[in-house]
Design a protein around this ligand. Structure first.
Ligand SMILES: Nc1ncnc2c1ncn2[C@@H]1O[C@H](COP(=O)(O)OP(=O)(O)O)[C@@H](O)[C@H]1O
Ligand SMILES: [Mg+2]
Length: 605
C-alpha cells in the first residue's frame, strides 16, 4: 500500500478512470477539451448572472424605481440566459463528440487485442461470458463518457463560480447557505458507500446471468435433446436471484438519494430566507440580495446533490472499465519473439523435428513427431478421436507454442516468425466454422484486404456455395445471424471454405471442413478445393477416408504419434492401421478379408 491514505482499491479505480478518460480527452482531443471547458465557463458565467439580475429587479420593485431600470435588468437577464443556452449547446456538442471518440477508442483497443489473442485465451474465457461482459461493461463505460464526464466538469465549474460570486456579494448569507452542505455531502457519501459495491456486485451478477443465458441459448438443442431443461432453469433461477438481490440493494440506496437531497435543498432555502429576513431587518442587506441568494443556494446545491450520481456512475464505469481493460491488457499466450522475422514463402516445405506438445504442463498430447512434407504435397490426416489431429493443426498454425522440438516451414523456425506473416500465408478452415454477424459478402471479403466482390463470388462458386447463397433472402447481402445460426452447419462450412479460397493462402489446412455436408456436395467442394490446392502444400483432416484417399500421402495419427505416413496404395498394401480403418469404413465393399476386429479399436473421427 502507498503512504497516502487512499485505499488500494480506490487507487486502482482512479487509475482505471484516468485510463478511460485518456481515450476521451487525452492525445489529440486535449485542445478540444480545453476549448469545451472554456465554453462551459462562459455558459455558466451567464447562468450565475441570472439570480443577480432577478435580485436587482426585485430591489427596483421594492424601492419603487423606474421601469427603465427594470427593463434593463430584464434585458441583461435575457442576454445572460441566451449566453447560457448557446454556449452550453456548443460545449455539449464538443463533449458529445469527445464521448464518441472515447467509446470508439476503447472499443478499438478491445477489438484489436481480442484479434491478437491466441486460442488459449478463448478456451479460458468462454465466448458467452466474454461477450456479455463486453456488452454490459461497454454500457456503463458509455454512460460515463456520454454524461458523467461532462456533468462532472459542469458541476465543478458551477460550484466554484457560484461560491465566488456569493462570497463577493455577501459573506454572511454565503455562510447561511453553506450550513446544509456538509449534511448534503455526508448523505451523498453514505449513499455512495452503500450503493457502489452493490452496483459492482450487480454488474458481476448480470454478467454471470447473461453469460449463462447465451451459453444455454447456443446450446439449446443439446439441452432440450438431453432433457436437461430443468437443470438449466434451476441454474438460471439461482443466477437471477443473485441479480435480484444485488439489484434491489443497489437501487434502493441510489433511489434514497433523491428524497434526501431534495429535503436538504428545501431546508437550505428556508434557512437563507429566514437568515435573510433578519439581515434585511437589521439593515445589513436588501430583499433583492436575499432573493438572489435563494437562487444561488439552489445553483450550489444541485451540482453537489448530483455528485453522488456522478460518483456512482464513475465507480460503475471503473468497475466495467476494469474488466474491459483486463481483456485489452490480456497477453496472448503466443507472442512474437523480439527478433521475429516475416515468413518468406519458398514453396511450402514443412518439417517437424521431434515435436512435443501438451496443452497443460506434464501431459503430452503430441509426442516426438518427426516428418517432412515436400513443397506442394497434399497430405490427408486421419486417426481416432483424440489422437491429436486438430492439435497438430493448432501448433502448425501457431495458435499454441510447442513444448519441445522444432517446426520448420521452408527452413524457417516457426517460433521465430511473426504471427501476422504466417497467418497471411497459411490458411486454415477449422473444425468450428466461425462466421461474423455480418453479410455473407463481408464474411467472404474478410479473408483478404484487397479482395473484390468478384473474387468472393468466384470462390463461392468453387466452394459450391454460390447456389445456396443466391437462394438466401438477400443473396450475398443477407446478414448472418449471430454465429451463422440461420445457416445449416454444412452451409456454414461451405462459406468458411469459400472464405479460405478468397484468402488464397500459400499453404492450406482443412480440419474436417466438409464433415457436415452430404457426400455428393462434399465431392463437389472437393473438386473446388483440389483446384485451389493444385500446386500448394495442404493438409486435410477428414472423417470420410474417401475424402483424403487421393492425397499424395496420408498421415495416420494414434495417441499423439504418427504411426503411418504414406500413399493410400502403399498403406493398403502394408495392411496396418490405415488398412484396418479403411476396411471398416468400406465394410463389405472391400476386396478381401474381415478386418473389422482390428478396426474396432481404431475408428476415425
Ligand atoms: N484446448 C485444449 N486444452 C486441453 N486439452 C485439449 C485441448 N484441445 C484438445 N485437447 C486434448 O488433446 C487431445 C487431442 O485432441 P484433438 O487434437 O482435438 O484430437 P482430434 O482432433 O484428433 O480428435 C485430446 O485428449 C483432447 O482432450
Ligand atoms: Mg479434431
Amino acid at each position: 500500500m502507498s503512504e497516502s491514505s487512499t485505499p488500494p482499491e480506490l487507487e486502482y479505480e482512479q487509475n482505471t478512470l484516468k485510463r478511460l478518460l485518456g481515450f476521451m480527452i487525452g492525445g489529440p482531443n486535449r485542445s478540444k477539451f480545453a476549448m469545451g471547458v472554456l465554453l462551459r465557463v462562459v455558459a455558466l458565467a451567464g447562468l450565475t448572472v441570472i439570480p443577480w439580475t432577478t435580485g436587482r429587479a426585485m430591489n427596483v420593485i421594492t424601492e419603487f424605481g423606474g421601469t427603465d431600470e427594470l427593463r434593463s435588468w430584464a434585458l441583461i437577464g435575457l442576454v445572460a440566459g441566451a449566453i447560457y443556452l448557446v454556449f452550453s449547446f456548443v460545449s455539449d456538442r464538443m463533449f458529445s463528440k469527445m464521448a464518441v471518440d472515447g467509446l470508439y477508442g476503447v472499443q478499438t483497443a478491445l477489438f484489436e487485442n481480442v484479434q491478437s489473442l491466441s486460442m488459449g485465451f478463448f478456451f479460458k474465457n468462454p465466448p458467452g461470458r466474454l461477450s456479455s461482459n463486453i456488452t454490459n461493461d461497454a454500457e456503463v463505460v458509455s454512460l460515463f463518457y456520454t454524461s458523467a464526464v461532462s456533468q462532472m466538469i459542469r458541476s465543478a465549474i458551477q460550484v466554484v463560480m457560484v461560491l465566488v460570486v456569493m462570497l463577493l456579494i455577501d459573506w454572511r448569507l454565503t455562510v447561511i447557505s453553506l450550513v446544509t452542505i456538509p449534511f448534503l455531502l455526508g448523505a451523498v457519501y453514505v449513499i455512495t458507500r452503500v450503493a457502489s459495491p452493490a452496483f459492482r456486485r450487480l454488474q458481476q451478477a448480470l454478467g454471470d446471468a447473461s453469460g449463462f443465458q447465451e451459453e444455454t441459448l447456443s446450446g439449446h438443442k443439446l439441452i432440450i435433446s438431453k432433457g436437461r431443461g430443468d437443470w438449466a432453469v434451476d441454474t438460471h433461477d439461482v443466477l437471477i436471484r443473485d441479480v435480484h438481490k444485488e439489484g434491489s440493494r443497489a437501487f434502493l440506496a441510489s433511489l434514497m438519494q433523491f428524497p434526501i437531497t431534495q429535503t436538504l435543498t428545501l431546508f437550505q432555502n428556508v434557512l437563507v430566507m429566514l437568515g435573510g429576513t433578519f439581515l434585511v431587518i437589521a439593515g445589513h442587506t436588501t430583499v433583492g440580495i436575499v432573493m438572489s441568494f435563494s437562487g444561488y443556494a439552489a445553483l450550489l446545491a444541485s451540482p453537489l446533490a448530483q455528485i453522488s450520481n456522478l460518483i456512482t456512475n464513475a465507480l460503475n464505469a471503473s468497475a466495467g472499465g476494469k474488466r474491459v481493460f483486463e481483456i485489452v491488457d490480456a497477453e496472448p499466450d503466443v507472442s512474437d519473439a523480439p527478433d521475429a522475422v516475416d515468413y518468406e514463402f519458398k514453396g511450402g516445405r514443412i518439417t517437424f523435428e521431434h515435436v512435443d506438445f501438451g496443452y497443460r504442463p506434464g501431459t503430452l498430447v503430441l509426442r516426438d513427431n518427426t516428418f517432412d512434407i515436400a513443397p506442394g504435397e497434399t497430405i490427408g490426416i486421419c486417426g481416432p478421436t483424440g489422437a491429436g489431429k486438430s492439435t497438430l493443426i493448432n501448433i502448425l498454425t501457431r495458435y499454441y507454442e510447442i513444448t519441445g522440438g522444432r517446426i520448420l516451414i521452408d527452413g524457417q523456425d516457426l517460433s521465430k516468425l511473426t504471427q501476422e506473416s504466417l497467418r497471411s500465408q497459411v490458411g486454415a478452415v477449422l473444425q468450428e466454422a466461425f462466421l461474423f454477424s455480418d453479410t455473407v459478402m463481408s464474411n467472404l471479403l474478410y479473408a483478404r484486404h484487397d479482395a473484390t466482390e468478384d473474387d468472393a463470388i468466384d470462390a463461392a462458386k468453387k466452394a459450391n456455395a454460390h447456389e445456396f447463397i443466391m437462394d438466401l433472402p438477400q443473396g450475398y447481402d443477407t446478414v448472418l445471424a449471430a454465429r451463422g445460426a440461420n445457416l445449416s452447419q454444412g452451409q456454414r462450412q461451405m462459406i468458411t471454405i469459400a472464405r479460405a479460397m478468397v484468402a488464397d493462402p500459400k499453404i492450406m489446412i482443412l480440419d474436417e471442413a466438409t464433415s457436415n455436408v452430404d457426400t455428393r456436395t462434399e465431392k463437389l467442394i472437393q473438386d473446388g478445393i483440389r483446384q485451389l490446392m493444385a500446386d500448394k502444400t495442404s493438409f486435410s483432416i477428414a472423417h470420410r477416408l474417401a475424402t483424403i484417399r487421393d492425397s499424395d500421402r496420408i498421415m495416420v495419427l494414434n495417441g499423439g504419434e504418427i504411426v503411418e505416413l504414406d500413399s493410400h496404395d502403399t498403406l493398403m498394401r502394408n495392411r496396418g492401421f490405415y488398412y484396418a480403418l479403411y476396411m471398416s469404413q468400406f465394410k463389405g465393399k472391400g476386396p478381401e478379408g474381415s478386418p473389422e476386429e482390428f478396426a474396432l479399436d481404431f475408428v476415425s473421427t
